[in-house]
Design a protein around this ligand. Structure first.
Ligand code: BGC
Length: 776
């Protein structure tokens, strides 16, 4: 260990003095529990020098706002930084700018405490990967981790050292626009992805300058707003919370995530931002989290609208509950001094929060070198490189889900004439999807460009837009914001359609690029209609009527209700928003250079009325008695639509076929504390090499509380050559059988368990075993 003494110069009116802080420059971060103590002394040595105002400054996180190099010197935020009233900034882009701003903090503020720089680096930085819901559909943890690692490398090269990711909110409601930002509906998969993302960003080593702090969000339950409307009330039983919504946050904590962002919603009637049970009892005491907690945007101020007090009151409540850093609201900065004076908040409450933020800065090595992430030569070497883009192309293809492929319309041949039609066929700026603030929007390749590149001279590509996004211009404006515009075509709907039909008739096959534009999902993009916009449905119908084979390339940030399309269109490839290399990645799959292997991580409903519909539901006391799902009076079903969704969780086709056989358990009993092995043979019976996500589900048949009909407990993504059979094994341990009972004890109960294995959650390949109490 290399124990250095570093000196930070700071100026106090009239004289200069030196702050001496013991710094250990070789510190290696291993996990969240290991490093609290090594920094304590250093943190205390800084804390002792701070005034109350400076302490409150550390808790303040404004948005970068009007900061620009040069002008920043005189802007309001620059002034605040100089006065020590800012702890960090977020969503400021460009390393040179960040360096300038850091300089103000280090050289012009009294104590010279460096700032932390945050950003929503959600699915890549300038090189953008598929939206998180798409990424999760790859079911490939190494790949997902690598995307986060690469995002960290790019973001840190540009001065950012803290990302507001991963977003791990479980959601069973496709109306909610932010379903696009998470990993879908399942806690088991969601927890694995949460851990992979944290690992990717932090790499268990914050001493490097290409790793960054992760921030798990939105704690908690943000994905369950009433009616799917963003920011709406959440109300949920504890038993559901513990079993079905909290595990991914916990998985991120266990993986060592350094920060947590609080959600906007209330929990048990108390806004999460000021919820002591959530932020202190659960997060810190039960789960052992010792990083820092940041509010979400104006979360503190929003508590006044929730109706729990005025700004001073809610700021005090938020701090005492366990919120450490105030994003944007300036409730802490503006009111806590008064609350200290009035005895509503103690210095100890404030010190605790300040210490956590200073600790994070020490962990990042900012006291050793405030410019650690400000190497001006890095962007060119590390950002949007050919290597990163090649990886984005690969990941894009891995995320796609083949929903239908009748008569093997896909893969397409690289010959003849292909008509590419649709408002999403030639829009670079929409390819990165929502929450891609750093992306190079216009540098993404759209499908038209991708197709042309991939076919070269071998085939002719004809293109027509075919329709606008929506008949309604006002609606269209709402879903094409933040530069993700699709210029409204001045021609009439009929003219657009006619042009498309002309090229359709000249072609051998039609590729229709339809669905949602990027901003139709994401924050504050909730919907009550899950269908493709009507103008696009009409276009699709007209294309089908030409009698030519049609491939629907579907862009979406959420599960859609595409019953009619599923009935009529022979091939549907769901591509989400694949990121920077969208056009090439989609083309790779369309032509079979990549065999699709993505599987849905959220159920796709028949219609919006079925929502919420998810695979791991309970059975009810009146389940249907027939396997076909036919209507039965006085049973739990609808009179107008079946219970089953359109596509179940885990669903996704391949250009080849996989056959499952010989499901075996190593024993038909398992003792508590023991384990059993499940094995199954999977054979590639089709004409292509391909990857299959083999899925394992378990049902606890009898419980002290009711248990879901099935729960994912394992998965493996395997590559199988044509004709090849592989035996895939899973181990089930007692831990996999545990759940939270009515006392919220995490236990496994002896009894019968069913084990299902298959290609998606709707599998009936099943064996049973008994869990037997081992009384030794
Ligand atoms: C979102 C967060 C995001 C934050 C900062 C909020 O509106 O809910 O997910 O991290 O803004 O941009």
């Amino acid at each position: 260990m290399n124990n250095n003494i570093i000196k930070i110069k700071y100026a106090v009116v009239g004289f200069a003095t030196t702050l001496i802080v013991a710094c250990n420059t070789n510190h290696k971060i291993i996990n969240s529990t290991a490093y609290d103590n090594p920094f304590e002394k250093k943190v205390d040595s800084v804390l002792k020098l701070m005034t109350l105002e400076e302490k409150l400054g550390q808790l303040n996180l404004p948005s970068s706002g009007d900061i620009t190099t040069g002008a920043s010197q005189s802007s309001d935020i620059a002034k605040k930084i100089q006065e020590g009233k800012v702890g960090g900034l977020f969503n400021i882009k460009k390393v040179a700018k960040i360096r300038e701003v850091q300089k103000i903090a280090v050289e012009k503020s009294r104590l010279g405490i460096p700032l932390i720089f945050g950003m929503d680096v959600i699915h890549g930085y300038e090189t953008t990967f598929p939206i998180p819901l798409g990424l999760s559909s790859s079911w490939d943890m190494d790949l997902i981790e690598k995307t986060a690692q690469m995002a960290a490398k790019e973001a840190t090269a540009d001065g950012i050292n803290w990302t507001f990711s991963p977003m791990v909110d479980i959601s069973r409601d496709p109306r909610w626009g932010r379903v696009s930002e998470g990993a879908g509906e399942d806690v088991f998969l969601g927890s694995k992805i949460a851990a992979a993302m944290v690992k990717g960003y932090q790499q268990d080593d914050l001493s490097r300058n290409n790793t960054m702090l992760a921030c798990v969000k939105h704690f908690a339950l943000y994905g369950a707003p009433e009616a799917g409307r963003d920011y709406n009330t959440v109300d949920m039983s504890r038993i559901r919370m513990y079993n079905e919504y909290l595990p991914p946050y916990k998985a991120a904590i266990d993986a060592g995530v350094e920060s947590v962002m609080v959600s906007f919603n209330e929990i048990d009637g108390v806004p999460a931002t000021g919820n002591k049970w959530l932020l202190t009892d659960l997060l810190r005491k039960d789960w052992g989290f010792n990083g820092f907690v940041v509010t979400d945007y104006t979360g503190i101020e929003e508590m006044t609208y929730h109706g729990v007090g005025d700004l001073q009151q809610v700021s005090a409540q938020a701090l005492k509950a366990g919120s450490d850093m105030d994003m944007v609201a300036e409730g802490f900065l503006g009111t806590l001094k008064k609350s200290v004076a009035g005895g509503k908040v103690s210095m100890d409450d404030i010190d605790k929060a300040v210490k956590r933020i200073l600790t994070a800065k020490f962990k990042l090595g900012l006291f050793d070198d405030p410019y650690k992430y400000c190497d001006l030569s890095r962007p060119e070497k590390d950002i949007f490189t050919d290597e990163n883009r090649a990886f984005a192309r690969k990941v894009g293809a891995e995320s796609m889900v083949l929903l239908k492929n009748e008569n093997n319309v896909l893969p397409l041949k690289k010959s003849g004439t292909i008509a590419l039609v649709g408002p999403l066929a030639n829009t670079a700026v929409n390819m990165a999807g929502t929450w891609s603030v750093a992306t190079k929007q216009d540098k993404s390749n759209p499908l038209l460009e991708g197709l042309k590149t991939v076919v070269g001279k071998d085939a002719t590509i004809l293109y027509a837009k075919g329709s606008n996004i929506d008949y309604d211009l006002e609606y269209e404006k709402r879903v094409t914001m933040f530069g993700k515009t699709i210029p409204r075509d001045g021609r009439t709907d009929k003219q657009l359609l006619d042009e498309a039909l002309v090229i359709a008739k000249q072609s051998d096959v039609i590729v229709a690029a339809l669905g949602e534009p990027a901003e139709m999902s994401g924050e504050c993009s909730s919907v009550t209609n899950l269908q493709i916009p009507q103008v696009q449905k009409d276009l699709l119908q007209a294309l089908l009527e030409t009698g030519k084979p049609v491939v629907l390339v579907l862009f979406t940030g959420r599960p859609l209700a595409i019953v009619q399309e599923n009935q009529k269109v022979p091939a549907i490839l769901n591509v989400w928003f694949p990121g920077s290399e969208a056009g090439l990645a989609i083309s790779d799959v369309l032509f079979g250079d990549v065999n699709p292997s993505g599987k849905l991580t959220a159920t796709w409903p028949m219609n919006v009325g079925q929502v919420p519909v998810f695979y791991n539901h309970k059975n009810t006391g009146r389940p249907l008695g027939n396997k076909e799902g036919k209507f039965e009076k006085f049973k739990s079903n609808y009179i107008d639509v079946r219970n089953e969704p359109l596509y179940p969780f885990g669903y996704g086709l391949s250009y080849t076929n996989f056959q499952y056989s010989t499901l075996n358990l190593s024993s038909n009993t398992m003792s508590t504390g023991g384990s059993i092995t499940v094995s199954v043979d999977v054979t590639n019976t089709g004409a292509f090499e391909g990857k299959e996500v083999v899925q394992l589900y378990v049902r606890d048949v009898v419980g002290s509380v009711t248990r879901p009909v099935k729960e994912l407990k394992g998965f493996k993504k395997v590559l199988l050559k044509q004709g090849e059979t592989k035996t895939i094994s899973f181990q089930i341990t007692e831990n996999d059988l545990k759940f939270y009972n009515s006392n919220l004890d995490f236990i496994a109960e002896p009894g019968t368990f069913q084990v299902f294995v298959g290609t998606n959650s709707d599998t009936n390949l099943m064996k049973t075993f008994e869990l037997i109490a081992n009384n030794n």
